[in-house]
Design a protein. Structure first.
Length: 279
C-alpha cells in the first residue's frame, strides 16, 4: 500500500519539476507565459538602447568641448625629468680612435640641427628672465623663443666639430622634458658633480648652466609646434689622471621649485651617467 502511494507522489513530483521548465497545460516556460517573456525582452532591449544612447550622447558632447589647442583637465603640473645627449648613459670611448666616438658626435650633431642659428633667427628674441606667456593672444599657434646653438660655445659643435671628444674633454647636453604649462619658480640652473675625491673641472654653457625662464611655459605639441627646449652643455675638463676610470657624473636642476631628489624616480630633475675616456 505504502509503496503505491510513494510512487504516485513521486510521479507528481517529477511532473511538477518538468512543469517548472515547461508547463504544457498553461504554456508557461520557466514559470512565465510567452507574452510575459516577450515583455521582459522588450524591456531590456529598450533599456540597453537607452543606455547606449546616453553613452553616445555624453561622449559626443564631451568630444565637442575638447580643443586640440588647449589641453584640458590638468589638475597639477608634473615635474620634468632630465635627459642627456648623446643618448647614452654610458659614454665610454677612446679619444685616439675617432670611430669610437663618432656615434656620440653624430648624435649631438643631428640633435642640434633644430638649434641651427639660421633656423633660430626665425624665432622670437624674447626678454631674458621672464616667462613668455601667450595665454591671451588671438593666435592659435604660439611663438617660440630662440635658442641658438652658438650659445653653447665650445659645446656647439661649430668651433670644435668633435664637441671636445677628440681632446678628451667631452661635452654632454642636458635638457628637461617638455611639460605643458610648467613655469619653474626661481632661477633654474644645472649643477653637475662627479663622485670622486678630487673635483673634476667643468665648464657650463650658457654660463653657470642657467635655464632661462623665457622658454616657459610650453603650450603643447600642436599649439607650440616649433618649440625648442633650452639646453645646457657641460664640458668635462678631464685630465690624464681621470682617464681610464669610470666616472659617475650626477647633474641636477637646482635653484628652483623643480624636484630633483625623488627617491622613486631617479630621473626627476636629475640624471646620472658614466663617462670613461681612454687614450
Ligand atoms: C685607443 O686607440 C689607439 C689608436 O687606435 C690605440 O693605439 C690604443 O691602444 C687604444 N687604447 C685602448 C685603451 O684601447
Ligand atoms: C645647420 O647648420 C650646419 C652648419 O652650419 C649645416 O651643415 C646644416 O645643414 C644646417 N642644418 C639645417 C637644418 O639648416
Ligand atoms: C653643486 O652641487 C654640489 C653637490 O651637491 C654642491 O656642493 C655645490 O655647492 C653645488 N653648486 C652650486 C653652484 O649650486
Amino acid at each position: 500500500m505504502a509503496s503505491t502511494e510513494d510512487k504516485a507522489a513521486n510521479k507528481e513530483n517529477v511532473s511538477s519539476w518538468k512543469d517548472s521548465i515547461y508547463n504544457p497545460r498553461t504554456g508557461e516556460l520557466l514559470g512565465r507565459t510567452a507574452s510575459s517573456w516577450a515583455l521582459i525582452l522588450l524591456f531590456y532591449l529598450v533599456f540597453y538602447c537607452f543606455l547606449a544612447g546616453m553613452f553616445t550622447l555624453t561622449m559626443w558632447v564631451m568630444l565637442l568641448t575638447l580643443d586640440d589647442y588647449v589641453p584640458r583637465y590638468r589638475d597639477r603640473v608634473p615635474h620634468p625629468g632630465l635627459v642627456i645627449r648623446p643618448n647614452s648613459l654610458d659614454i665610454f670611448y677612446n679619444k685616439s680612435d675617432p670611430v669610437k666616438y663618432a656615434e656620440h658626435v653624430q648624435n649631438l650633431e643631428s640633435f642640434l640641427q633644430r638649434y641651427n642659428d639660421t633656423e633660430q633667427e626665425k624665432n622670437e628674441d624674447c626678454r631674458q628672465g621672464e616667462y613668455f606667456e601667450q595665454d591671451n593672444t588671438e593666435e592659435m599657434t604660439k611663438k617660440v623663443c630662440r635658442f641658438k646653438r652658438g650659445s653653447l660655445s665650445l659645446c656647439s659643435g661649430l668651433s670644435d666639430t668633435s664637441f671636445g671628444y677628440s681632446e678628451g674633454k667631452p661635452c654632454v647636453l642636458l635638457k628637461m622634458n617638455r611639460i605643458i604649462g610648467l613655469k619653474p619658480r626661481g632661477d633654474p640652473y644645472i649643477n653637475c658633480t662627479v663622485k670622486k675625491d678630487t673635483p673634476v673641472q667643468m665648464q657650463y654653457f650658457p654660463s653657470e648652466g642657467r635655464i632661462d625662464k623665457m622658454y616657459f611655459p610650453y603650450y603643447g605639441k600642436k599649439a607650440h609646434e616649433n618649440y625648442v627646449q633650452p639646453l645646457v652643455a657641460v664640458k668635462l675638463l678631464l685630465t690624464k689622471e681621470e682617464y681610464n676610470k669610470v666616472l659617475s657624473v650626477e647633474c641636477r636642476v637646482e635653484g628652483s621649485d623643480l624636484r630633483n631628489n625623488d627617491e622613486r624616480d631617479k630621473f626627476l630633475g636629475r640624471v646620472t651617467f658614466r663617462i670613461k675616456v681612454v687614450e
